[in-house]
Design a protein around this ligand. Structure first.
Ligand code: PLP
Length: 428
């Protein structure tokens, strides 16, 4: 397998792009080597500029849940394009997508569309503060909520990939109201409430997907919600990754918890830049133009993105692939574990629905500290051998692999062969 054209583009890209990428994880920093440049994708197959074909488990870090260029989504985009790209005024499709989203999440009477998950989350924090009149926010270490200043602490994901504790350029003032707790440990939340009486909200990825996949323990989320109610603080569910992916109604539906504010992104834009935050009427009425919490966006509710989102969610609801996701992920888990055993490699596989993550570690992973024990050097060897065998994975031990509903038996066969070759390489 040759990467000559990718290599050339990488060198060219370095001149005017930072590290030749527009998002750090794409730089392959933690697995070594240079990033691949992609030419096109269709279904489960992604093709690089050298013509190498891969089964895609990155799926643009989640959005492409139906696989790439699903024909119904493509048709909807083409139809929308004929009418213009952006108007700075409301369109019917915004109302249609809002209804699909609010119908799926019982905690959302109203929604505001924005352009990314980061924007959704930073707006949700502002809203929680506006509603409660309190300033402090608790986040869990290892949960990633986008790159806004206040949340770039103990943020897992890309930072963990680069072994960065936080980000330069974030003033202390910006994080002085951010408190850190431990995922799956309600006592660590309570300890903060004992010390502070101005906590507005706790933000959580209900299934953590940015320290690898880490599931909430039984009762963790519902106990958290009950406790927060007793303290007059809000629960913000960051379902940017899990919304419409773990099941149609997100992780909240699965764990029977209704958050006060929900953040969405990724899947709801069908591959276009869309984020959203929503809540019950009483909270959303704080947002301008109804209330005094200001938040705006030139391209928010973009017509092409709305069309892609509606088509994606409509098709997703029709396909209802969630059981299939679970079955496929279970098969992958067995293949990963058995192959690791064959080559005497310590491996723990965490998965939920269409998110799966093998950790090169001995003991179970239930929080960020556990995740950080994983052997990233082994992962790097594994990653490149998977690439050489035609499987495209996120280039980080701490990023979830995503499944699409287009995944076929042939894709699984190719993946199985690649896993065998990659584990053999790790064992050497
Ligand atoms: N929240 C979660 C849980 C995410 O996984 C991400 C991105 O990966 C974000 C927020 C930020 O979303 P975006 O990259 O669209 O800004």
């Amino acid at each position: 397998m040759e990467f000559k054209k990718s290599q050339k583009l990488y060198e060219k890209g370095l001149q005017h792009l930072v590290g030749a990428v527009n998002s750090p994880v794409r730089a392959f920093a933690s697995v070594g080597g240079n990033p691949l440049f992609i030419k096109k994708a269709k279904g489960t197959t992604i093709v690089d500029v050298d013509g190498n074909r891969y089964v895609d488990y990155v799926l643009s870090y989640g959005p492409m849940i139906l696989g790439h260029r699903h024909k119904k989504v493509q048709k909807a985009i083409q139809k929308a394009l004929k009418n213009g790209y952006t108007f700075g005024a409301s369109t019917h499709n915004e109302i249609k997508l809002a209804k699909i989203v609010c119908d799926a999440f019982p905690g959302m009477d109203k929604v505001r569309f924005v352009n990314s998950g980061t924007e959704a989350v930073l707006s949700a924090l502002r809203l929680a503060r506006a509603y409660t009149g309190k300033d402090k926010i608790i986040k869990f270490s290892g949960c990633y909520h986008g790159h806004s200043d206040a949340l770039l602490v103990a943020a897992g994901s890309g930072l963990a990939t680069l072994s960065m504790p936080g980000s330069k350029g974030v003033p202390e003032d910006a994080v002085k109201n951010t408190l850190i707790a431990t995922f799956n440990d309600l006592d660590s939340v309570k300890a903060h409430f004992k010390q502070h009486d101005d906590i507005a909200a706790v933000i959580v990825e209900p299934i953590a997907g940015n320290m690898g996949v880490v599931l909430p323990e039984d009762g963790f989320l519902s106990d958290l919600k009950t406790y927060l109610e007793s303290q007059g603080a809000l629960l913000i569910a960051d379902e940017v990754m899990t919304g419409f992916r773990s099941t149609f109604g997100g992780a909240q539906e699965l764990f029977n918890v209704v958050a006060d504010i929900t953040c969405l992104g990724k899947v709801i834009g069908g591959g276009f830049p869309v984020g959203a935050y929503g809540a019950r009427n009483e909270i959303m009425e704080m947002v301008a133009p109804l209330g005094g919490m200001y938040q705006a966006g030139t391209l928010s509710g973009n017509p092409i993105a709305m069309a892609a989102g509606i088509a994606t969610l409509t098709e997703l609801k029709k396909q209802n692939p969630y059981e299939q996701f679970d079955e496929v992920a279970a098969i992958l888990e067995v293949i990963l574990l058995e192959t690791a055993k064959k080559y005497n490699i310590d491996l723990v596989v965490n998965r939920f629905g269409s998110m799966i993550n093998p950790f090169f570690v001995k003991n179970e992973v239930s929080n960020f500290e556990d995740a950080l024990k994983a052997d990233t050097k082994k992962f790097a060897v594994f990653f490149w051998e998977m690439i050489k065998n035609g499987v495209f994975l996120p280039p980080s031990q701490f990023e979830a692999w995503f499944l699409s509903s287009a995944l076929s038996e042939n894709d699984l066969k190719k993946t199985t062969k690649a896993i065998d070759a990659a584990m053999l390489a790790v064992s050497k």
